[in-house]
Design a protein around this ligand. Structure first.
Ligand SMILES: NC(=O)C1=CN([C@@H]2O[C@H](COP(=O)(O)OP(=O)(O)OC[C@H]3O[C@@H](n4cnc5c(N)ncnc54)[C@H](O)[C@@H]3O)[C@@H](O)[C@H]2O)C=CC1
Ligand SMILES: O=C(O)[C@H]1O[C@H](OP(=O)(O)OP(=O)(O)OC[C@H]2O[C@@H](n3ccc(=O)[nH]c3=O)[C@H](O)[C@@H]2O)[C@H](O)[C@@H](O)[C@@H]1O
Length: 437
């Protein structure tokens, strides 16, 4: 089939590449000339594991092309995916300007039947809006489908190729048939394509992300309470998670959720509720708790240094909002670093992939280290913000030699308490007892 994808970010590029992998002819359109030039030269512009192999293979096979011309994209595809940003607007709602502006152009430019598929995360009623905007100028038939995306950064290729489900919101039989055909290679294993109306599909995405954010936040509250009563959140997590009604996943406490989606999507659903006079009280609490959770270790660090961080050097491991990505959007590390800098601390930071993005934001306010161990040199303490695998089994004796004090503040509960206790570290984590204090 002939496919076009408008917007080549984490979602668009993965969608385009994976659809080319199943034999479709794909053109990806992006407004960012530099990015398109890079991709034309065979460079993947984001860090996403396993994407490079598929990317290269499909470019070589001539199934994956890139352009800045929306017109070229619209002429090519029978199915047009919109994978455009829907960032948080000033009032917390989803900013639909990217989606609606491109839709306006689509209306002016399409010459024959097209299925316009919205893959961006958008509020209920957007498919209807997109339909209206296109219909203003379109001189041919078209359908608008809502097809929310559930991939996770860091696992995007795997999630796309082996989805647990595909949600298609459509009231057109013609469009639904095309979507089923396109996705048939991905559901061979028995995972379903769930067909529903557009509005339900749009809400499914917000409900899923908000539920997961709530699940994490609930565990963060349990973790905070564990500290008050001397329980161990890791034990509680395992005890709860083995109940299949609860499930083991997304129960990991820490310094809060970040990323390009949970924060903005929870706020957008809360705001959408408000607009309909519905008060999503649970989401209001989730937003508030998560915001405080991001800096929950800050007073503990201050307390350890007798409330004087001036001139203290803190090493930081992990800057991305989670491992296996270079994405720093809404990363808890940012809140922690801003807080520490405000208190006068100096920061020596290391992340395997996210340093260039952090450098764009913080410039020379931070010292960027070549390696995880280099970050520790002469630092007064180590703070862990992201659970990259390489941080999981460090050489503790080397850590001890490099750090001025053997102190670790761990926002992701990476280490076994007995191990770090035996190594002689002061170890402060989340929802567990503090060791050697
Ligand atoms: N990042 C993720 O893991 C997921 C994101 N989503 C949703 O998918 C949508 C896209 O998200 P990301 O891929 O993360 O965004 P992104 O910010 O990584 O990429 C968006 C791309 O669109 C391009 N663009 C902007 N205006 C354009 C225009 N007029 N014409 C062509 N290209 C244009 C930008 O240059 C950029 O390359 C959002 O609604 C997001 O909520 C959904 C599931 C997962
Ligand atoms: O709409 C989106 O963009 C995507 O948002 C999330 O994916 P993503 O943001 O890539 O990352 P997650 O793995 O969900 O992690 C989000 C945040 O929650 C935190 N988290 C996750 C799990 C957990 O148990 N505890 C926890 O604190 C992570 O550290 C991270 O900051 C969803 O998992 C995807 O299904 C969805 O498609």
């Amino acid at each position: 089939m002939k496919i076009s994808v408008i917007g080549t970010g984490y979602v668009g590029l993965v969608t385009g590449t994976c659809l080319a992998e199943t034999g479709n002819e794909v053109i990806c359109v992006d407004i960012d000339k530099e990015k398109v030039e890079k991709m034309r030269n065979g460079v993947v512009p984001i860090y996403e594991p396993h994407l490079d192999v598929l990317f290269e293979r499909n470019i070589k096979a001539n199934r994956l092309k890139f352009t800045t011309s929306l017109e070229e994209g619209l002429d090519h595809g029978d199915i047009i995916f919109l994978a455009l940003p829907t960032p948080e607007d000033e009032d917390g709602s989803a900013d639909l300007s990217y989606v609606l502006n491109v839709s306006e152009e689509i209306g002016k430019k399409i010459k024959n039947y097209k299925v316009i598929v919205d893959k961006s995360t958008v509020p209920v009623g957007t498919a209807e809006k997109v339909h209206k905007v296109i219909a203003k100028n379109a001189s041919c038939e078209f359908d608008v489908v809502s097809n929310p995306e559930f991939l996770r950064e860091g696992f995007a290729v795997d999630d796309f190729l082996k989805p647990e489900r595909i949600v298609v919101g459509s009231s057109s039989e013609r469009a639904t048939a095309l979507m089923k055909k396109l996705y048939s290679p991905f559901v061979r294993s028995g995972n379903p394509i769930i067909i529903m109306d557009e509005k339900s599909a749009e809400l499914t995405k917000y409900a899923a992300n908000s539920f997961l954010a709530t699940k994490i936040t609930f565990m963060n509250e349990i973790a905070n309470y564990c500290e008050k009563v001397g329980a161990d959140v890791d034990m509680v997590r395992v005890g709860m998670g083995t109940d299949s009604r609860i499930g083991k996943r997304f129960l990991f406490p820490g310094i809060g959720y970040g990323g390009s989606c949970f924060p903005k999507d929870v706020k957008a659903l809360q705001k959408a509720g408000k607009d309909k006079n519905y008060d999503f009280k649970i989401l209001t609490s989730v937003i508030e708790i998560n915001s405080a959770q991001k800096t929950i270790l800050l007073p503990k660090i201050e307390n350890y240094f007798s409330n004087d961080l001036k001139g203290k050097t803190i090493a930081i491991w992990g800057l991305a909002f989670k491992p296996e990505t270079d994405d720093i959007r809404e990363a808890p590390s940012i809140d922690m670093m801003e807080g520490l800098l405000k208190k006068g601390a100096k920061l020596q930071v290391f992340d395997p992939e996210a340093m260039p993005n952090i450098e764009k934001r913080f410039g020379n306010r931070l010292n960027y280290s070549e390696s995880m161990y280099a970050a520790l040199e002469n630092a007064d303490a180590l703070l862990i913000c992201t659970e990259w695998s390489i941080f999981r089994t460090p050489d503790f004796s080397r850590l001890k030699k490099l750090l001025k004090n053997p102190v670790i503040f761990d926002g992701r509960n990476l280490y076994n308490l007995n191990d770090v206790e035996a190594e002689g570290f002061v170890y402060v984590s989340v929802g567990r007892k503090t060791v050697n204090i």
